[in-house]
Design a protein around this ligand. Sequence first.
Ligand code: A3P
Length: 450
Amino acid sequence: MARWPSPPPPPPPPPPLAAPPPPLPGASAKGPPARKLLFMCTLSLSVTYLCYSLLGGSGSLQFPLALQETPGAAAEPPPSPPPSSPPPPRVRPGASSPPPDNASHGPPPEPSERFTAPAADGWGLASGGGSRDVWSRSPLTPGDAVTAQGALLGRGAQEPGATEELAGPRATNASAERDPASTPDYGEKKLPQALIIGVKKGGTRALLEAIRVHPDVRAVGVEPHFFDRNYEKGLEWYRNVMPKTVDGQITMEKTPSYFVTNEAPKRIHSMAKDIKLIVVVRNPVTRAISDYTQTLSKKPEIPTFEVLAFKNRTLGLIDASWSAIRIGIYALHLENWLQYFPLSQILFVSGERLIVDPAGEMAKVQDFLGLKRVVTEKHFYFNKTKGFPCLKKPEDSSAPRCLGKSKGRTHPRIDPDVIHRLRKFYKPFNMMFYQMTGQDFQWEQEEGDK
Ligand code: A3P
């Protein structure tokens, strides 16, 4: 029984550091051979994608090649941003190291299972202090509820980032001012010079909290969702959400849904062409399971991952219109960004390495932002109970702190055959992503996915 359409042939080995980028959607294949080759790869991926869509019936066509924005974002009335200038030329970044295997196959656990008693292992203890939910042990607030049924069942909606979110009617200046990072009594509020744009469940909160330790960084603790959901509120609203900074300090925010929002690159480019963008990427299979786990923790009645992952399980047809799957097709999302920003303006952080070597990844982040390497291994300790690195001294506290229990959940056991099919599904897209970024994240070498 034919259960799976053949994936396109893998792209050629990554080009040298100065390799030209793949063509943009709609661009001609004219140019040097490498560029043509990349164009062919993109085309091949697109054709594969189209096949999935056609085989899956009309429902699949909800996810055309030009990735659709989330329903919430698409519904917003776009204001008139200043016209954007043509995309700048692209360049390339460096290489990365292998990720860990965090395989964890057990019965579905409680979401908070991993964060119980304090560690007594000499690594240090997690503190319960802090006013945010993020590096703390406090339970999630009611605001943590999943509002987007579509994040799973509605196919394509981006799930709000729990209490991280600053959006909708709640997105007032007052709520921004509850964020300790936004209430110094000196300096001025500026539009951000750097953004963490994705990916959801990649490790974006860990990265933001770590970079906030740097004295030259000021960041909003919540997710403003300006370029996807709140754009009609205007740049002044956005500026007001930001913390005050003094000369030499960088203003930052993180909203992981930007990476998969069609309009975001153009909007961000029209605000600041030279802005620095950071994307934390993680094995898309593990990311999908993490995404599902998050929704499951709030909506225990949803179907199993195995059910949601397929359009037709007998045929082995993956449902790429499900946001948990769609978000992980990094190459297609990245194409959209590369129409507006050169690769030199985008840093890809390995979500896997952020766990095994947070200081190493933070060194890259600080270099990218043009900052002195202040956040180093001295700032982290591994908390055995949490199973993750924690901060010895977070930005707003002198006590050590781990991320909250919504970060580092134990994943439900997923049928290994489903994982195998997903890995096969993502492989050509991953290859393309490595090619485009010049970085091999080695997701294919992992033995399993938790
Ligand atoms: P899991 O909960 O699936 O383990 P995001 O902040 O973008 O939502 O990403 C959440 C993921 O960050 C977690 O996914 C976890 O694996 C990862 N992560 C990375 N560093 C972490 C840390 N220091 N503490 C907790 N989670 C961390």
